[in-house]
Design a protein. Structure first.
Length: 397
């Protein structure tokens, strides 16, 4: 087994401890422990896609590896060069998403071992669950598939709740119980309460909050229900409230939509510096606002998915408009992931909304995982134009 990822996680956790970011160190340390368990201690794990509720998996004595998070680590640390081209040579579908391509490479390069099972949803995208399905067929592994309805209604909540309960029952047959539902519910609600507090704080003090920090930690969504997630979020909140506000003056505020090139986190800081603006909000650090209850655990989880800001284009647009108003945003940038059919299709509608508000909108296209598909020069030229528009626009909100 290749230990590069383990070493990187260890080193980065230590680095964050040394600079006093203990919440980030704790987050990374958890992932380090997980990776150590499944590699050195050969503990079984389930490979899961993003919207499989972390609370369900937290009930069982099995590790949960969320595909996108591990692909994200590998991309951020450029563990494997040219992941898309490399995945192509092992017959990964050309129209697939690079998140799964990179996860697939982590498996084939033996950086992480083979999972005991895959758990996938057909929300947010087809790519992820189709990849999981084909892997389970190839390796004769169990596949837990959760079918998410396409529309929101009370009946659809019940249907999805049944699907989630079936997943829970199937997992019960395969793995021992580690935590009671009531403990998981308590931890999840506690974490959600802190997360809500953080988002309220961001609205009140956008100048004190670094958007990239929120983009780094939004995968904590997958850790809802784990006992130490509330503490990690508390540490993050404490750090925010204790940070002295930089004097940003009266500079334009910008919303960042979609994901971020993971190998180039510095992009946001660069945009703020070069464009004399402040990126005040992203849309990923939103865990919904559904408190769980032991009596309605599965319907509550179902409701959280079906009321996600991303569930329909209308709800996403409404949330974006609200954020523009809340922050007095004077510009919007959307980073569109190559081959993704989930967030980029809303771009024409967001563009139209920005036109109606008389604020500039920019779509940057690229690949969040593979730097070979992000044309930095073209992006720099697009950004120059955006900055010009930003500084002469008059918002009507
Ligand atoms: S980036 Fe898009 S296609 Fe890729 S895993 Fe996420 S939702 Fe699916």
């Amino acid at each position: 087994m290749d230990h590069t990822l383990l070493a990187k996680l260890d080193l980065t956790a230590r680095y964050h401890t040394s600079i006093g970011q203990h919440y980030m160190a704790a987050y990374l340390q958890n992932q380090y422990n997980l990776l150590k368990n499944i590699t050195e201690k050969q503990k079984q794990y389930i490979a899961a896609t993003y919207y499989i509720p972390g609370e369900l998996l937290a009930c069982f004595d099995v590790e949960a590896v969320f595909l996108e998070r591990f692909a994200g680590f590998a991309a951020a640390w450029r563990l494997l060069d040219h992941p898309v081209a490399r995945a192509d040579t092992i017959e990964f579908p050309a129209d697939g998403c690079s998140y799964q391509a990179l996860f697939h490479l982590l498996l084939t390069e033996k950086i992480i071992p083979k999972p005991a099972a895959f758990a996938a949803m057909n929300f947010a995208c087809r790519n992820a669950w189709q990849y999981c399905k084909s892997e389970t067929q190839r390796h004769y592994l169990p596949f837990f598939h959760v079918d998410v309805p396409r529309v929101f209604s009370q009946r659809q909540i019940c249907i999805l709740a049944d699907e989630l309960q079936t997943l829970y029952n199937r997992l019960c047959k395969m793995f021992p119980i580690k935590a009671e539902i009531q403990d998981v519910v308590h931890a999840s609600n506690e974490a959600l309460a802190v997360q809500q507090e953080m988002n309220a704080y961001r609205r009140a003090h956008p100048e004190k909050c670094s958007t990239i920090d929120f983009l780094k930690l939004f995968p904590l969504y997958n850790d809802l229900g784990k006992p130490d997630t509330p503490d990690i979020l508390q540490g993050f909140l404490k750090r925010l409230t204790e940070t002295a506000a930089p004097g940003t003056g009266n500079i334009p505020r910008v919303l960042w939509l979609g994901i971020v090139p993971l190998y180039k986190n510095s992009l946001l800081t660069k945009i703020e510096k070069q464009g004399h603006c402040k990126i005040v909000w992203e849309e990923m650090f939103d865990f919904g606002n559904i408190k769980l209850s032991c009596d309605s655990f599965f319907p509550d989880l179902a409701k959280r998915i079906l009321t996600s800001r991303f569930f329909t284009q209308e709800s996403r647009l409404a949330d974006i408009l609200q954020s523009v108003k809340d922050f007095g945003a004077q510009g919007i940038i959307h980073f569109s992931q190559r081959n993704c059919r989930f967030l980029p299709p809303a771009v024409p509608l967001i563009r139209q909304m920005a036109q109606e508000l008389h604020i500039p909108f920019l779509e940057l296209r690229g690949d969040a995982v593979d730097p070979g598909y992000f044309d930095e020069q073209a992006a720099a030229m697009q950004l120059e134009q955006f900055y010009e528009q930003l500084h002469r626009s008059t918002p009507c909100i």
